[in-house]
Design a protein around this ligand. Sequence first.
Ligand SMILES: NC(=O)c1ccc[n+]([C@@H]2O[C@H](COP(=O)([O-])OP(=O)(O)OC[C@H]3O[C@@H](n4cnc5c(N)ncnc54)[C@H](O)[C@@H]3O)[C@@H](O)[C@H]2O)c1
Length: 308
Amino acid sequence: MKILVTGGAGFIGSHIVDAYINLGYDVTIVDNLSTGSQKNLNSKARFIKMDINDSIIEELICDEKFDIINHHAAQIDVRISVENPFFDAQTNILASLRIYESAKKSNVKKIIFASSGGTVYGEQIYFPADENHPLLPCSPYGISKLANEKYLFYYKTIHNLDYVALRYSNVYGPRQNPYGEAGVVAIFTKKFLIGEQPIINGDGFNTRDYVYISDVVRANVLALKENVNGSFNIGTGKEHDVNYIFQKLKEITGSNLPKIHGPAKPGEQRRNSLSYEKFYLATGWKPEIDFDEGLKKTVEFFKNNPDF
Ligand SMILES: NC(=O)c1ccc[n+]([C@@H]2O[C@H](COP(=O)([O-])OP(=O)(O)OC[C@H]3O[C@@H](n4cnc5c(N)ncnc54)[C@H](O)[C@@H]3O)[C@@H](O)[C@H]2O)c1
């Protein structure tokens, strides 16, 4: 099976590439290395340094006749999307649309898309959110993720191009960028390990549903199955707040840094958690790594890879 993974040099995409390679698939990666890293590239995959905004991607997709496109390349920063919604839409909507249109022309069988269960529902009305929860994204990033799902529904309905949109909650684990704006687990882990003070934005009672990378990778393997189609939440149904994460990581790293709060970030969602029942019924998927165990594994990775 020939698979194109966009964003395959990034945190989530690179782990998916590793799993697909281990399963014996023929994998091509397209990535512009804007937030991804050469270090993450699997040497058994073909790597093409390319921006998905470049129309040349059309030729690649039409020439290579991929069976599957796993689309993870994106502008991933909610705050950038708020500051510059045009920039966000350029990559997250228009470039994606070109990929889907090329997929249609070249008889790709299925698109797997990295959507965001943390943003497409907006401020949740009930917890955990299932896929029937109202879709009220409050950021251009969330709107662009939802727009992709709507386009994919159109391509499935009108052109019979299969798709799976995986609405991830907050993914964490090895290789997550510890220098970004988001990804509190990676940011705090790195800071504790190098003895730099982590700052909790606001009161620290904001909650998120944290799902470990290996569980997300398994979802991307199950999504390859022919009979799995549509939009699915990928989360744990559980919530943890930032104060908890601070305390746990402090314990695991053996740090003695104090708990310090800074100003709250305006517009931050208060709570998020996702029900995974729909994907469980479709594939048997369940999250396997519990949060404390995932935190330990993440600390272990950053300890053993200090140049990360
Ligand atoms: N990390 C999370 O918690 C989370 C949650 C929901 C959805 N997602 C989605 O999952 C996907 C992967 O996110 P991640 O956390 O691994 O981030 P990441 O930044 O590590 O990965 C994104 C990859 O895409 C590449 N990229 C960005 N713009 C590109 C462009 N124009 N052309 C080619 N390549 C480009 C980057 O270089 C990077 O390798 C994204 O679509 C993101 O929106 C992530």
